[in-house]
Design a protein around this ligand. Structure first.
Ligand SMILES: Cc1ncc(COP(=O)(O)O)c(C=O)c1O
Length: 361
């Protein structure tokens, strides 16, 4: 028997989530964020499934963009952090990569370049994230400079990133949106603000371009219930099977460091998944795992290749019983909440050792 741990990636669920995202864009266009291997789902199969539904893709670096182009993706691909080396500008020109400009060096490099054709540029403005981008006060001058450049094609998109849009009761996002609008609305350029929580929770952030990531993969960006986010379908199911069962007496401890001790006579099931697969090592005692369709608690420390769960209350469980680590019943967000993490990280960390099986291709 092959190791039974695998990630099932449901491309129909991905398309469902994408259609939901698109329905929120109004007249605006949707850009699918497929950086970091499409948040662990496999950038190429994800992009191929999404390509008919979206207007463009976004990645973090040119290597990710080249992988998509080499796989036959034809839509524009935005490099969200811009170029890291000046040579990337000519590659962008030739391969239709769009470039986010976020610092003065990148602007100077663009001015100095002799490109074979002009490129589409986005201008990153810092409206409150304090991470990348130009000040809002510079936006009009920089736009004018780019519009005059022989190396810039089409109209420049004015972009910013929301720092706290997952906090629906915090007015920080409303302040970011209004500051961004105050400095860009008179410029006549297309704009882009919304990420997934913006698109779902902050209608005023929707604009000409909307950049959806995590919602495409079926995880809500919000900690609580939300009418639209609750319609998302998880795309990845991490599954495995029970490979061993043993009874431990009250007072015995399980796994490295004796991190869990049985308070009663207990049945322990061992599952071949661990931090060597991307299952978070700091998922604590009590993290839910679905065995034979029932939620049971993880007990003991997560090892590199295995975890142990308490199946005392499920007497019918036997070796070979199917296991879901996350998917429809327990979400990646829920596992993350037991591991001092977020669903984004849990999904993205899925390592290459885990075979991906694609449904709905
Ligand atoms: C600039 C930018 N836009 C959009 C996104 C997508 O965000 P989300 O996954 O929350 O939709 C990201 C992701 O980190 C990003 O860095």
């Amino acid at each position: 028997m092959a190791r039974p741990t695998q990630a099932i990636v449901d491309l129909e669920a991905l398309r469902h989530n994408c259609r939901l995202a698109r329905s929120l864009c109004g007249d605006g266009r949707l850009m699918a964020v497929v950086k970091a291997n499409a948040y662990g789902h496999g950038a190429i199969p994800a992009a191929k499934a999404l390509e008919p539904l979206v207007s463009a893709f976004a990645v973090a670096c040119i290597e990710e963009a080249e992988d998509l182009r080499n796989a036959g993706i034809t839509r524009p691909i935005l490099l969200m952090e811009g170029i890291f080396q000046v040579e990337e500008l000519e590659i962008a020109a030739q391969r239709d990569f769009w470039v986010m400009l976020q610092n003065h060096q990148q602007l100077d490099d663009l001015d100095a370049a002799a490109l074979s054709r002009p490129i589409t540029c986005w201008l990153k403005l810092d409206s409150g994230m304090r991470r990348l981008g130009f000040s809002l006060e510079e936006s009009a001058d920089l736009l004018q400079r780019l519009r005059a450049s022989r190396n810039v094609s089409d109209d420049v998109v004015m972009a910013t990133h929301l720092a706290r849009a997952d906090e629906l009761d915090n007015d920080f996002t409303a302040r970011q949106i209004s500051a961004f609008r105050e400095h860009t609305s008179a410029l006549g350029a297309p704009c882009s603000m919304a990420n997934s929580p913006g698109l779902l929770g902050w209608p005023d952030s929707r604009d000409a371009w909307n950049r959806a990531g995590v919602m495409l993969y079926g995880q809500s960006p919000f900690p609580g219930p939300h009418p639209q986010a609750d319609q998302l379908k998880p795309v990845m199911t991490l599954q495995s099977k029970v490979i061993a069962l043993r009874d431990v007496a009250a007072g015995e401890s399980v796994g490295y460091g004796g991190a869990w001790t049985a308070r009663r006579g207990s049945r322990i099931a061992t599952i071949p998944v661990g931090y060597g697969d991307g299952y978070p090592r700091n998922a604590g005692n009590g993290t839910p795992v679905v065995v034979g369709g029932q939620r049971v608690p993880l007990v003991g420390r997560v090892s590199m290749d295995m975890i142990t769960v308490d199946v005392t209350d499920l007497p019918a469980i036997s070796v070979g019983e199917p296991v879901e680590l996350w998917g429809d019943t327990v979400t990646a967000n829920e596992v993350a909440s037991h591991a001092d993490s977020i669903g984004y990280e849990v999904m993205t960390r899925m390592l290459p050792r885990v075979p991906r099986r694609y449904l709905g291709q």
